[in-house]
Design a protein around this ligand. Structure first.
Ligand code: MG
Length: 330
């Protein structure tokens, strides 16, 4: 079986072959194929720029792999600022001995995921490190996009805003936990890993501009809501029963003593917007996932705090997750 050798990162013949036969073949576009030292971009107006390193273990998991995640994650961070994802830079750090066929499978799924938003990889870098110096494969992606709806911000939430979530929460975290522990649940549980730009685009097309938008990645729903409450100096009042959680995620959380709201998501967004826009926004989200729901509202009381009301009427604070729940989740 062919595998990646140190020479594939050496700047010579083998590296050139890898770049042309693998990366250019799957990512090819006119800017990338120019093969210059830097991509030259023509862009106008306000831009959003983001970067993210991906170290997920295991590299392949139900519902995705490190490559799909590296595209969706960076594209989503742009989309969450109301920016249309356009250009990505991509850096691979590959451990010597990594199977070529697996790398190709990863690159293929990156190309598939790019097609969802229409973003393109326009520059990149490949490094190969000796065995033991990295765990298989790390990918860093940076992305730039033009802002279609300015003003979306964690600090823009006002009392009275409705809080919506685009689907059931905790799937990615639960799925990685399961994969890592070798648990075989008959649940069909998959990561939610997905590109969210089509969803944002559909909202903007209906004239719906949220006050705040965020993908609930590390730290899950709990982290997003706590950061929002602090940044906007509002209270957030949530109905626990309104937050969609699938049975497999709930079951796994009970087994491990985790809070589903703390688990990472990789294709699930949270949105705050004026209450009068909430029904229309929920209808758009429902077109993409039937689990989308309105889960609460922003209030003037308890600024900086998130309060969860249970189905029985008891109230508790939803805190920022403590410590490291699950290392190398993304
Ligand atoms: Mg994000």
């Amino acid at each position: 079986m062919k595998s990646i050798e140190l020479s594939h990162g050496g700047g010579g013949v083998q590296m050139n072959r890898l770049i042309h036969d693998l990366f250019f073949r799957h990512f090819g576009n006119e800017i990338l194929l120019r093969g210059e030292d830097a991509a030259v971009l023509q862009m106008e107006g306000p831009l959003a720029l983001t970067t993210d390193g991906f170290t997920v273990a295991p590299i392949f998991f139900p519902g995705g792999n490190i490559g799909k995640l590296a595209i969706a994650g960076t594209v989503n961070d742009l989309a969450m600022m109301g920016a249309q994802p356009q250009y990505l830079a991509c850096s691979f750090i590959i451990e010597e001995g990594f199977p070529h066929a697996e790398l190709e499978q990863i690159v293929r799924s990156m190309a598939d995921e790019l097609a969802v938003s229409g973003a393109r990889i326009v520059c990149g870098d490949t490094k190969v490190v000796p065995r033991g110096a990295a765990d298989g494969l790390f990918i860093t992606t940076s992305g730039v996009g033009s802002i279609k709806a300015p003003g979306i911000s964690a600090g823009a939430i006002r009392p009275g805003d409705a809080i919506l979530v685009s689907r059931d929460v905790g799937c990615h975290g639960a799925c990685i936990l399961m994969a890592r522990d070798g648990l075989q649940l008959h649940s069909g549980l998959e990561s939610d890993c997905a590109t969210l730009w089509p969803l944002v685009q559909a909202l903007l097309a209906e004239g719906i501009v949220p006050h705040a938008l965020r993908d609930a990645t590390r730290g899950g729903l709990s982290a997003v809501l706590n950061e929002w409450a602090l940044a906007s100096q509002v209270g957030l009042a949530l109905s626990e029963a309104a937050v969609p959680v699938s049975d497999p995620v709930r079951g796994l959380c009970e087994l491990y003593g985790f809070e589903p709201f703390d688990l990472a998501n990789e294709g699930t967004l949270v949105m705050a917007l004026p209450a009068e826009l909430a029904p229309a926004a929920e209808a758009v989200l429902q077109r993409f996932n039937g689990q989308a729901a309105c889960i609460g509202e922003a209030v003037a009381a308890h600024p900086g705090k998130v309060v969860l009301t249970s189905a029985w009427g008891s109230r508790r604070y939803l805190e920022l997750p403590q410590g490291e729940l699950l290392p190398r989740i993304c």
